[in-house]
Design a protein around this ligand. Sequence first.
Ligand code: AMP
Ligand code: ZN
Length: 110
Amino acid sequence: MEDCIFCKIINKEIPSSIIYEDENVIAFNDINPIAKIHILVVPKKHILDLTCVDSDETLNQINYAIKEITKTNGMDKDGFRVITNIGKNGGQAVPHLHFHVLGGEILPTR
Ligand code: AMP
Ligand code: ZN
C-alpha cells in the first residue's frame, strides 16, 4: 500500500534491519526498542490491524515466524512477550498489522 512505512520496508524501498523473512512474513528490529530484544513481526499483506485479519492462515504464518525467530536467540527457552496495538487508544502508530516481540530484560508493566 502506498504511503505505508511497513509496506515500504517489505518492498525494500526503505532500509531496515531484517532478521527474518519468508514468503508471507518479514521481521526486523524496532528502530526505537523498549526491551533488549525488540522485533517487529509483520505480515507482507497490508492488513490494518488484528481485527481485520480474515484468515487463520495469516495468524498461523505469523505464529510460525515468531517461533522460528525466538528459536534463534534463546527466547524460546527464556520466554518473551508478544504485543499488538490496535487503533488510536491502543497506541497503534503504524497502520499495518504488526506484532512486537519483546525479550531480554523486559520491564514489568503489570
Ligand atoms: P505501534 O505503536 O504498535 O504502531 O508500533 C510501531 C513501531 O514501529 C514503534 O515501536 C516504532 O518504533 C516502530 N517503527 C517505526 N518506524 C520504523 C522503522 N522505519 N523501522 C523499524 N521500526 C520502526
Ligand atoms: Zn502496509
